[in-house]
Write a protein that binds this ligand. Sequence first.
Ligand code: ATP
Ligand code: MG
Length: 395
Amino acid sequence: MSVYLVGGPVRDLILGRATTDLDLTVAGDAVGYAKALAAHLGAQLTIHAQFGTATLMLGDGLRLDVATARRERYLHPAALPKVFPGTIEDDLFRRDFTVNAMAVRVAPRGEELLDPFDGLKDLSGGFLRVLHAESYRDDPTRIFRGARYAARYRLRFSSRDRQLIRGVLAESVLRRLSTERLFREVKLVLGEPTPEAALKVLQDRGVLRTLDPALAVGNSAVAQMRRVRHAWQRLDRLEMSSSPRRWRVYLLVFLCSISPTVRRRVGEHLGVKGPPLDALIAELRAFRFLQTQLQKQSLRSSRLRHLLDGASTDLRMLLWTSGVKRVRDRVERYLTHLAAVKPALTGRDLTRFGFPPGPKYRRMLDRLLQERLEGRLNSREDEVAFLRRHFGRPR
Ligand code: ATP
Ligand code: MG
């Protein structure tokens, strides 16, 4: 039995980049090997018996996937392949790009690099190259994967790959991908560290306009995606919560730059549908409204608080980074100050003051909040005095 480190981690190791996901391929009993390894390392183990794979969680977010070496056959373009057990060479041959088709044997005896497709040469030359002419036709998701690697590692498609991609796009192969598979790729693209770069690659390769003639990344969307990233960096420093689904904010930015009349269609052509698409469209509509409100010359703090309380985190990010200074300043004031303002008094205090419990509490506390936001009440004493003036208590 031989065990190999394969694909992404080998590439990342050569590039000197950190990896948190390790992939091992076993020519032999992968599940048995994973069990033994998990016991040895004291790692948490999950087995997917039907696929002959297993996952070990090693702590610190380090994840180790163990798979049986396999051979694949594509019976139809863009369909999922049939899978058979195979050798490590078979396993490398089923992979997407030469730079991802390298392996290092780790057992028995380590440190031998298997590089049957000259991935090392392409990695230093900066080229993305598929392993055979049918590759993009077999699996068009590889075009999206390539765009991600191009952006992430500053690689470019070889001229032959460009030609192959043009060929499969002309054959409408993308249309054969299910919306689920397409959307998965779109999310991965938008989840990259610099999604705008990956989108540009897809644009340059003609993928975006093939998906929809109105689909394009313009300079303003690119600029806003950069602002979104800087905003997140600031939020991390301020230790404020940020969206865990970053891809979604980028998707909003992307769709926002597209004419409202075709947004729904474009969304569908990106593989979004049903309630998630409805939610995106509704948020973009709300964006327009809020953008107008937040640009008004005068806007009371209480109104600002109300407007942004009603917006989702993603929408607030969209407004914050929309590139209009007044809007940005106001969202910032909300985030750093207004969002946390609350009255010093609580419902319990109102009971203690002898107000009969009821829906009136909500109104009273709301009034206190409004006055606080407008800066007219600044302490607990102010609030007590306010209650006395307006609600006749406490005496
Ligand atoms: P990342 O850092 O994005 O995880 P990765 O190279 O590890 O990069 P994965 O999606 O985790 O990418 O896939 C692991 C490996 O499996 C890849 O390196 C590649 O060799 C192979 N692979 C994944 N998807 C495909 C595909 N659609 N076609 C061919 N090979 C693939
Ligand atoms: Mg990976």
